[in-house]
Design a protein around this ligand. Structure first.
Ligand SMILES: Cc1cc2nc3c(=O)[nH]c(=O)nc-3n(C[C@H](O)[C@H](O)[C@H](O)COP(=O)(O)OP(=O)(O)OC[C@H]3O[C@@H](n4cnc5c(N)ncnc54)[C@H](O)[C@@H]3O)c2cc1C
Length: 402
């Protein structure tokens, strides 16, 4: 039998495309190699804790994702806008003074950047907020570090704040990511809040999958190869009018060598259980010291209590690329928070090798379409939830307009 559309990949891009085709009454099959929806956005239940696969957040200012999702049903819980920065033996609170004006004196006096730097943050905010979505992608095609230096920020401000905060988002501390991606992220952080769904990040793909007919979703179905109109799986060949490749960029490039395979940023994350949280606010903690093995830390159960069983807390610690030695991480955590760290129980350590496709200035991936084969996924737009959703919307739109 010939299907109208086969979608390969059940991450956010593939699910978004499926939802739009289904809403338009167009039949499809979605083939996903893993055991459930979500791709890189998954959560596991371990001893009553919700463990997201790597620390990630949903920004409630995402426009396309916000229109697609039922945000009320996700019950998004916000982080405080700002960060605690570990510097000179103390946690220094840097809040977004536009949303927390009472914090101006304290934030201004923190030894993170100069007074001029703090004034420049306001300038940067006005500049980036004045840009439309299209104008952001037309900014000078330079690295984030070059952009910040040319904007006038001091090396200390770049190291102590931007490198820690955006290094945690881009999963690279050199700030080689395109300034366009920086502006995209900065605009979303400024316009909204970083949040966690009460049910864990998995609630996002689950909500999309719940809108689709169960008989169209095929998990544990590994696609082996693709040619025009034919998808081969271990169970045989399937034919389709059109095929949507919604896998990661590396898999797409393996099947279609004319496409550029992305390189990847990886990340390592330790998740600990504790009776007491090390901080008492729903805020991200950053390193202000370049040599620290810890990139960032947060207590998801202070943001959304359902991340931990009653009376317990979940602590998520993202560390330098590839670091798997728990004793090194514990030593640094004890330096920050003292002996109480000895009582923390490690629930999981994971290394995510293919976390974010590298997005240096001028990256190209290949055309969005090859005959009746369409490509979506974050590697075609921006390495983010919003980018994955936008790419799925675009492909669905192309198919529906044919
Ligand atoms: C640790 C981490 C932190 C992040 N932090 C944030 C954040 O804070 N905010 C944010 O907006 N974004 C963040 N992101 C990025 C965001 O999660 C991704 O950009 C987005 O989820 C990508 O979705 P996708 O559908 O394009 O790709 P994927 O999620 O990779 O989906 C591709 C799917 O294709 C399937 N597949 C691959 N090969 C085959 C095959 N042969 N047959 C069948 N199926 C196949 C895969 O199993 C997968 O389910 C983070 C990502 C990670 C990993």
């Amino acid at each position: 039998m010939k299907e109208e559309t086969i979608i390969v990949g059940g991450g956010l891009a593939g699910l978004t495309c499926a939802v739009k085709l289904h809403e338009a009454g167009r039949p499809f099959r979605l083939l996903e190699s893993s055991d459930g929806p979500g791709g890189r956005v998954r959560t596991d239940l371990v001893d009553g804790f919700r463990l997201d696969r790597g620390f990630q957040v949903y920004l409630d200012s995402y426009r396309n994702a916000g229109q697609l999702l039922d945000l009320d049903a996700l019950d998004l819980r916000p982080f405080l806008p700002g960060a605690l920065v570990w510097k000179e033996g103390k946690l220094r609170e840097i809040l977004d003074v536009f949303r927390h004006p009472f914090s101006i004196p304290r934030t201004a006096l923190q030894p993170v950047g100069t007074i001029k730097d703090k004034w420049l943050v306001a300038q940067l905010r006005f500049h980036i907020l004045s840009l439309s979505a299209a104008e952001i992608w037309e900014l000078p095609n330079v690295t984030t570090e070059t952009y910040l230096r040319e904007f006038g920020f001091s090396p200390n401000m770049i190291d102590d704040f931007f490198r820690s905060f955006y290094g945690g988002i881009f999963l690279e501390n050199e700030l080689k990511t395109s300034a366009r991606m920086f502006a995209f992220t900065f605009q979303h952080f400024t316009n909204g809040c970083a949040t966690l769904p009460a049910g864990g990040m998995q609630a996002i793909p689950n909500q999309l999958a719940s809108r689709l007919p169960a008989e169209s979703l095929f998990y544990k179905t590994d696609v082996e190869s693709i040619r025009e109109g034919v998808v081969s799986t271990g169970a045989g060949e399937l034919r389709a009018e059109q095929i949507v490749i919604a896998t990661d960029g590396s898999t797409a490039a393996k099947w279609f060598p004319e496409r550029v395979a992305p390189e990847w940023h990886s990340t390592s994350c330790f998740q600990f259980a504790s009776d007491r949280p090390p901080v008492n606010q729903p805020i991200v903690v950053l390193k202000g010291d370049r040599d620290s093995p810890i990139n960032n830390l947060c207590v998801p159960s202070l943001v959304a209590p359902s991340y931990a069983p009653p009376g317990k807390h979940l602590i998520s610690v993202s560390v330098s690329d590839g670091l798997s030695d728990e004793s090194i991480v514990r030593r640094e955590l004890e330096h920050w928070f003292g002996g109480e760290v000895k009582d923390w129980v490690c629930l999981r350590h994971e290394l995510i090798r293919k976390a974010l496709p590298i997005n240096p200035p001028g990256h190209l991936v290949g055309p969005p379409r090859n005959g009746n084969i369409f490509f979506c996924g974050d590697h075609t737009t921006s390495a983010s939830i919003e980018g994955a959703v936008l790419s799925g919307l675009r492909v669905a739109d192309r198919i529906l307009r044919r």
